[in-house]
Design a protein. Structure first.
Ligand code: HEM
Ligand SMILES: [Cu+2]
Length: 857
């Protein structure tokens, strides 16, 4: 054991001239230095070769795998769609049984939404964001890799279930009681498999938000960052607030299915409507989570083809943020027919119409840019035009459906199927394909075929309309959705046949597209780096030749630096800007301040590893094994996953650096270590906990939902949690929090021994608190009624969080004992205290609810 140094002097601040002057930038870099720097960089950023290639964690590799995997899931879901359309081509067809058909539409919808639409956004962003921001990589490359492997494992598990005839079959929104009473593992596969993927999605969202906030190039203030980055912030934030309610819902749902706790069972006080609320609080923002990134792709392509800056930058940003906010106030329009009071109908109907305004502003800003510019109808632009046309159509039927009386008529008919596919194709599929055509040369220096691209476009565009336009009529003529067949003579026969033909034309278009994407392009000439003459930073990347991202990180003063800052590309390549070297042989990127992007720190980023695969595999086991009721092995997997993650953190994050600061070029010296709000880790923790708090809030919402909506909550004469034990629990958990905080303060001021003592006592206080909480509900039977079940659910939530908190405290203690955490280098302690702030808040709310409920209710 090394004795921790007691040095308490503060870490150095950035020093040296900033911003760089023209004279500094004009100074040449000697040739031999240039070559030596490039060699070192190349070595550090080398991608592993051969079978070790899968160890890579670099955003360009992980991003590519992510995109391809999401695309494959999309194609599989598309094949399911074709099977359904074959079955529906003629009346009374018996190609597919009713049960199979249920599995097909459930899996098609779920896979399209959870395995394609959302992951595709994250995949594209992981691939592009460092490029757009002139960063070397994302701040936590291993986290992206971990997210990817979780996604792959979870996705294969969920989608694979259809091959074994056990796929979920209650529709993509899994309504109880249909889904709670469904025999077989289908619903569990849906709940656990998708929760697993949602956790991975949140991890990626955290990574993307921190990347956008902290890893921009020097000078790129928030008001000049590329629009795509703004959308990443908005959508990342939405994921953080939208997914947790669903995760909380999944948690309750799985408790009901596995242990018969009656959250959604009205006979024992439960209410299936709670699931509908939680699902759609997620589900409606989800639609915008899918749609906004596509707008973002359009916002990158449109200025380039129009050869002028985007029109109304600030308006677009404001409306993106506005859409994000509004989208959380619309969810009830999916529930118009559930018998809600008419005041709710009126409110949510109006709110749903209101979202047209910010959406409209964004689209008009695009049109204005196009009209003011000299547009070249390139392939990407062709697909964007298709997107705008189709999305607008879907938007118009949306305006119709937002009117409750119309919705009463159209609900659960093919009109809805038409509407949702118009918005999803226009708002997602077309823009993504436009993005593929636009960005393909960014990572291949080859163009996709103009001829095949046009073929593909016209096939998909016409096939799509052939397939889905008639469905409006089929719906209005009364054909319900989710039926595996229909009788003849109702006037639906011809329309259905046309839809099926259309679906196959779309499929043909996709075949052309996929072929164009994967066909060998060896003989095709290489094109220059920036073929579209775009103005944004990603086009400075020299891929696939070089894996370092940018040779040096530029100083940016314009929204379109490649148009407005002449000579930038040459200076970047010459290593004239920041971080042109890797003297210590470590991967590094710059961290800048949140608003003004002033350089503040050099961040070490992690390199290739196996630990992320192991961690993802065991996490997968912990989620997947319970679907087969294999609880003990699942727990073992969970424990192993925790071990892997601890090992990964221990060996790669927040390690005291070999030197406090380093020269990053242009005379600037930056610190190499940061703790507290200056560090990216702290931001990641903050953002993660915001999502975690949202999930907790959803559980509390559940409690009050039962209280206000259920007639008998808590039931007459019900037993309550033991008040004294609840009070003790609050005391114990608050004590653990205070000890953690105390440890941080003591450690900072050099009282290392006292800090260790606090860190040793804190877990005991937490364990005592959690034990008291469990004790307070111990005699209540969660199967008997929803009231004790909710108390138990809250108890489990807090206990698990306290458990994680204890692991963190012990981790810090070990860090202190082994010299990883010292008075100067205390980033871990800051992050752990931040975690405990959230835990203590949740614990106190829980104790208040449990302790005060008997009196108040
Ligand atoms: C060629 C392309 C596509 C075809 C032919 C197609 C066809 C279908 C069909 C036949 C259904 C079932 C209708 C029913 O029985 O109620 C369906 C449902 C659905 N589709 Fe698609 N689809 C396509 C693409 C997409 C895409 C790209 C997405 C999303 C990004 C998507 C999302 C959904 C959703 C969410 C449902 C509802 C599932 C449910 O009712 O639980 N589809 N689609
Ligand atoms: Cu909605």
């Amino acid at each position: 054991m090394t004795r921790a140094p007691r040095d308490t002097s503060p870490l150095p601040a950035p020093s040296g001239p900033y911003p760089p002057t023209q004279a500094m930038l004009a100074e040449p870099v000697p040739d031999d230095l240039r070559r030596a720097q490039a060699d070192r960089l190349r070595k550090v950023w080398e991608t592993p070769k051969g079978w070790r290639y899968v160890k890579a964690v670099n955003n360009s590799e992980v991003g590519k795998w992510y995109c391809l995997t999401a695309l494959v899931f999309m194609l599989l879901a598309g094949i399911m769609a074709l099977l359904m359309r074959l079955q529906l081509a003629v009346p009374e067809h018996d190609l597919i049984s009713a049960d199979r058909f249920n599995q097909l539409f459930t899996m098609h919808g779920s896979a399209m939404m959870f395995l394609f639409a959302v992951p595709m956004f994250e995949a594209v962003s992981i691939l592009l964001l460092p490029g757009l921001l002139g960063a070397r990589d994302m701040p936590f490359p291993r986290l992206s890799a971990f997210g990817y492997w979780c996604f792959l494992i979870g996705g294969v598990f969920v989608i694979g279930s259809i091959l074994f005839d056990v796929a979920p079959r209650s529709g993509w929104f899994m309504y109880p009681p249909l889904a709670t009473q469904d025999e077989g593992p289908g619903s569990d596969i849906w709940l656990l498999g998708l929760s697993f993927i949602e956790v991975a999605s949140i991890a990626a969202a955290v990574e993307l938000i921190v990347g956008t906030l902290k890893c921009r190039p020097p000078g790129m203030r928030v008001n000049i960052m590329p629009l795509y980055a703004w959308y990443v912030l908005v959508v990342g934030g939405m994921i953080l607030f939208a997914f947790p309610p669903l995760i909380a819902g999944d948690f309750l749902f799985e408790l009901e299915r596995s242990f018969n706790w009656p959250f959604f069972d009205p006979e024992r006080g439960g209410d299936p409507m709670l699931w509908q609320h939680l699902f759609w609080i997620f589900g409606h923002p989800e639609v915008y989570i899918i749609f906004l990134p596509s707008i973002a792709i359009a916002a990158m392509i449109i200025p380039t083809v129009a050869r002028r800056p985007i029109f109304g930058y600030s308006w677009i940003v404001l409306s993106a943020v506005g859409t994000g906010f509004l989208s959380f106030g619309l969810w009830v329009h999916h529930m118009f027919t559930t018998g809600l009071p008419s005041i709710s109908l009126g409110f949510f109907s109006a709110a749903s119409e209101a979202v047209v305004i910010p959406t409209g502003i964004q689209i008009f800003a695009f049109l204005a840019t196009l009209m003011a510019g000299r547009v070249k109808m390139t392939l990407p632009m062709l697909w964007i035009s298709g997107a705008l046309a189709i999305f607008t159509m879907g938007g118009l039927t949306g305006v119709m459906l937002a009117m409750a009386p119309f919705d009463f008529q159209a609900h659960d008919t093919y009109f809805i199927v038409a509407h949702l596919h118009y918005t999803l194709f226009g708002g997602m599929v077309f823009p993504v394909i436009a993005g593929v055509y636009y960005f393909f040369p960014f990572f291949q220096k080859k163009l996709m075929s103009e001829r095949l691209g046009r073929w593909s476009f016209w096939l998909v565009f016409s096939g799509f309309n052939l397939c889905f336009l008639p469905m409006h009529l089929t719906g209005l003529w009364g054909m319900p959705r989710r039926v595996y067949t229909y009788p003849t003579g109702l006037g639906w026969d011809g329309l259905n046949m046309i839809s099926t033909l259309g679906a196959f034309v779309v499929a043909a278009g996709f075949v052309v597209f996929v072929w164009d994407l994967i066909r060998p392009k060896k003989d095709q000439p290489q094109i220059p780096r920036n073929p579209w003459e775009a103005g944004t930073l990603e086009w400075t990347h020299d891929v696939p030749e070089e894996t370092w991202g940018v040779r040096s990180i530029p100083h940016v003063t314009s929204r379109y630096p490649l148009w407005d800052q002449p000579g930038m590309q040459d200076r970047m390549d010459a290593g004239r800007y920041y971080l042109p070297d890797a003297q210590e042989g470590k991967r590094e990127t710059l961290v800048t301040s949140v608003i003004d992007a002033e350089p503040v720190q050099v961040q070490r980023v992690t390199g290739p590893t196996w630990i992320t695969h192991l961690a993802a595999g065991f996490t997968g086991g912990a989620f997947i094994l319970p679907t087969f009721h294999l609880y003990p092995p699942a727990m073992v997997c969970g424990a192993l996953a925790v071990c892997c993650i601890l090992y990964w953190l221990w060996t790669s994050t927040a390690r005291p650096p070999e030197a406090d600061s380093k020269d990053v070029g242009l005379g600037l010296t930056l610190p190499t270590y940061a703790a507290g709000s200056a560090s990216v880790g702290w931001w990641a923790m903050w953002i993660t906990m915001l999502g975690d708090a949202t999930a907790f809030a959803s559980l509390v919402f559940g409690f009050f939902f039962y209280w206000t909506a259920a007639p008998n909550f808590p039931p007459e004469g019900a037993a309550h949690a033991v008040a004294l034990l609840v009070a003790l629990a609050a005391l114990g958990l608050a004590g653990s929090w205070a000890l953690t905080l105390g440890a941080r303060r003591l450690n900072r001021s050099g009282l290392v021994g006292a800090a260790r003592l606090c860190l040793g006592l804190a877990p005991l206080a937490a364990a005592g608190g959690a034990a008291a909480l469990i004790g307070s509900v111990w005699t209540l039977d969660p199967e008997s009624h929803v009231y004790p079940a909710v108390l138990w659910a809250l108890t489990i939530w807090i206990t698990v969080h306290a458990g994680v908190g204890v692991i963190m405290q012990l981790y810090c203690l070990a860090g202190s004992l082994f010299g990883k955490l010292t008075p100067r280098y205390d980033a871990d302690l800051w992050n752990v205290s931040l975690y405990w702030h959230f835990v203590v808040l949740a614990a106190l709310v829980t104790c208040a609810v449990m302790g005060l409920a008997p009196g108040a209710l």
